[in-house]
Design a protein around this ligand. Structure first.
Ligand SMILES: C[S@@+](CC[C@H](N)C(=O)[O-])C[C@H]1O[C@@H](n2cnc3c(N)ncnc32)[C@H](O)[C@@H]1O
Length: 308
């Protein structure tokens, strides 16, 4: 009996000791391959980095993306890598580049990082990893946040922009996504004199919006609709004082409210109306209809019928 209990106790003590776990490292989800510098340049350019940005690199390697953003654009940056060697390398490189006041590096599993603060996210992972991260990015990142990825996509979520960098006859793809606001569901407003009622019913898949409109109770067709971050824009033909005018609607979405302006010309004069619309909260739908398809390591519930 004693012969069996003692080895079991030794094993238990070993497993419970911090030094045992300190020696255990989670396997890399992606091997270390640094992004070549011409591709780094293109990624930072496509992300349109500003001094005010906070750039997150998930799986930061030697830190070159966040260090580049700090050196060239004065942006702040955070790099996560699970490999302690990479984190040491990143910190040394930040010191050499003189940007330690702008960048921080954390030895941490990228799946456990909190994304809320990021305004730009850079990735050189794998499509399978991007797809696992997708629901978390759409949930935690603010509308307007830019995501740039080297070579790997996001499945059904098509990029807003892409380009190719050729190095030694090898092509490197760079993709950009802008986190869209959720504009799905039924929105209503009143505008103008005499007062007209407006209604917009949107179906939405990621940044793609399929709207239907009613103005003054009659169906209307919008053109040139775009959704960039939290900015919605479209042009509608409006009945106005016995004529039809082409009116541009531009507004910013914040939760269930939309605030902006309607602009058109009447006999050479500019007419501007305030535009304030409200969504019926129960009509909002998730914009990533496949969020449950790939599963999520974050314990999020499947999105069907979820109202945020
Ligand atoms: C392809 S490299 C990209 C490095 C850097 N972002 C670049 O573009 O030069 C992927 C990096 O992800 C890191 N990595 C892999 N799995 C990770 C995980 N679960 N959490 C954090 N980092 C991880 C690796 O150590 C590696 O440095």
């Amino acid at each position: 009996m004693i012969k069996r209990v003692i080895p079991a106790l030794i094993c238990l003590t070993l497993v419970l000791s911090p030094s045992f776990w300190a020696g255990q490292q989670k396997q890399l989800d992606v091997p270390y391959v640094p992004t070549k510098y011409p591709v780094v340049d293109e990624m930072l350019k496509m992300a349109d980095i500003q001094k005010s940005d906070l750039v997150y690199d998930l799986g930061c390697g030697d830190g070159r993306l966040v260090i580049g953003a700090a050196q060239r654009y004065g942006a702040r940056g955070v790099g996560y890598d699970i490999d302690p060697e990479r984190i040491q390398e990143s910190r040394d490189n930040a010191t050499k580049a003189g940007v330690t006041n702008l960048v921080k590096f954390f030895e941490q599993d990228l799946f456990t990082a909190d994304f809320h603060e990021a305004s730009v996210m850079t990735l050189y992972l794998l499509t399978s990893v991007n797809l696992k991260l997708r629901p978390k990015m759409l949930k935690e990142l603010k509308p307007g946040t830019r995501i740039v990825s080297h070579n790997f996509g996001m499945g059904e979520w098509k990029p807003d922009q892409s380009s190719t960098v050729m190095i030694d006859d090898i092509s490197h793809e760079v993709y950009l996504w802008i986190i869209p606001a959720n504009v799905s569901g039924t929105w209503t407003w009143t505008m103008g004199k005499p007062e007209m009622k407006g209604e917009m019913v949107n179906a939405q898949l990621f940044q793609q919006v399929t709207p239907s409109f009613k103005i003054g109770g009659k169906a209307a067709v919008a053109r040139d609709l775009s959704l960039k971050g939290d900015q919605l824009r479209f042009v509608l033909d409006l009945p106005y004082q016995g004529k039809t005018v082409a009116a541009t609607f531009e507004g910013r979405i914040g939760g269930h409210s939309l605030t902006g302006a309607v602009r058109f010309q009447d006999g050479g004069k500019d007419v501007v109306w305030d535009w304030k619309a409200e969504r019926h909260p129960a009509t909002e739908k998730p914009i990533d209809t496949d969020a449950d398809k790939y599963g999520s390591p974050f314990g999020m519930k499947p999105p069907a019928k979820v109202i945020y």
